[in-house]
Design a protein around this ligand. Structure first.
Ligand code: FES
Length: 258
C-alpha cells in the first residue's frame, strides 16, 4: 500500500450496466432518435442528444439504448459507451424521479457545499450515488456548475438552486419528497428528471422562457460597466460569402465587394 491510491468520486463511471437489459425503447423512440440524427450534417454528431433521449425513456443509458445509437449512427457500441461513460450527466443506473446534485468544488466548498451535501445525505438517509426507497430522490456530488457567483449551488433535474443554506435545503427536500410543485429561484418549474432529459434531447416542453435568462449576480459586472458609460460596440453585419460578393457590388457593407 503506497498510501496514495486515487479515490474517484465517480466509482461507477467505468461501464454501462449490461446486467440490466430492461428497456422502454419503442419504435416511436427509434423514430425520434433517427429524427435527431437527421438534424446534423454528420449523423454521429447527434450522439449526445440521442443519449439524453435514451435516458428520458429508460432512466439511464441502457444496453438497448447503446445498441440503438450504434445502429442508427453506424458506429460501434464501444464508441457509444465510450462517450456515455465519459460525461457524468449520463447515468449507468436508474435514479430518482428527482435528481439532486450538490456542488462541492472550490467556491461552493468554501461557502458550505460539503455541509449541504452532508445535510441532504442525512435528511434523506442515503449516500451520494443512492436513491431513496420510494424512488423520489437520488443524490449526486457535482463538480462546478459554472454558477460560482451563486455559491453554494445545488441542482434539481439540472435546474439551479442558488445561494443555498440549510433551511433552504430542508424546505426543498420536504417539497420534493411530498410531490409538491417546486420552482427554481431562477423561475423554472421543476419537471421530473426524465422529462428534463427529453428537453436536453431537443424536444422542447414549452417552458424555456420561464424565469430570467441570467441571474443578477452574473450581470453585475455589465451593470457597473454601463453605469460608467460603457456601451456595447456595434457588431458589423456578416461578410457576404464569395458567391454573394458579386451580387452586392457597390454596396457599403463593411468588408463587402467594392
Ligand atoms: S464551484 Fe460550485 S458552481 Fe462553481
Amino acid at each position: 500500500m503506497s498510501g496514495h491510491e486515487f479515490q474517484s468520486w465517480f466509482p461507477d463511471s467505468g461501464h454501462i450496466d449490461y446486467d440490466d437489459a430492461s428497456t422502454n425503447i419503442t419504435e416511436t423512440t427509434l423514430d425520434e432518435m433517427r429524427s435527431i440524427a437527421a438534424r446534423y450534417p454528420q449523423a454521429r454528431s447527434a450522439l449526445l442528444p440521442m443519449l439524453h433521449l435514451v435516458q428520458s425513456v429508460d432512466g439511464r443509458v441502457s444496453p438497448a439504448g447503446v445498441q440503438a445509437c450504434a445502429d442508427i449512427l453506424g458506429i460501434t457500441t464501444a464508441q457509444v459507451s465510450g462517450v456515455a461513460t465519459f460525461y457524468t450527466m449520463y447515468r449507468r443506473r436508474p435514479g430518482g424521479r428527482n435528481h439532486v446534485g450538490v456542488c462541492t468544488t472550490a467556491l461552493c466548498a468554501v461557502m458550505g457545499g460539503d455541509q449541504l451535501l452532508d445535510r441532504v445525505s442525512h435528511r434523506l438517509g442515503i449516500h451520494e450515488g443512492e436513491t431513496t426507497a420510494d424512488g423520489a430522490i437520488s443524490l449526486e456530488r457535482l463538480e462546478c456548475n459554472a454558477a460560482c457567483d451563486f455559491a453554494p449551488v445545488m441542482m434539481v433535474n439540472w435546474e439551479f438552486f442558488d445561494n443555498m443554506d440549510p433551511a433552504k435545503v430542508d424546505e426543498l427536500l420536504d417539497a420534493l419528497s411530498s410531490g409538491q410543485s417546486v420552482q427554481s429561484p431562477r423561475g423554472a418549474t421543476i419537471t421530473s428528471w426524465q422529462e428534463a432529459e427529453r428537453v436536453l434531447a431537443g424536444f422542447p416542453d414549452g417552458r424555456a422562457d420561464e424565469g430570467p435568462a441570467a441571474g443578477e449576480a452574473s450581470l453585475l459586472g455589465l451593470k457597473v460597466a454601463r453605469e460608467h458609460g460603457w456601451h456595447a460596440p456595434d457588431v458589423p453585419p456578416p461578410v457576404p460569402a464569395s458567391g454573394e460578393a458579386a451580387a452586392t457590388e457597390g454596396s457599403a457593407v463593411p468588408g463587402g465587394a467594392k
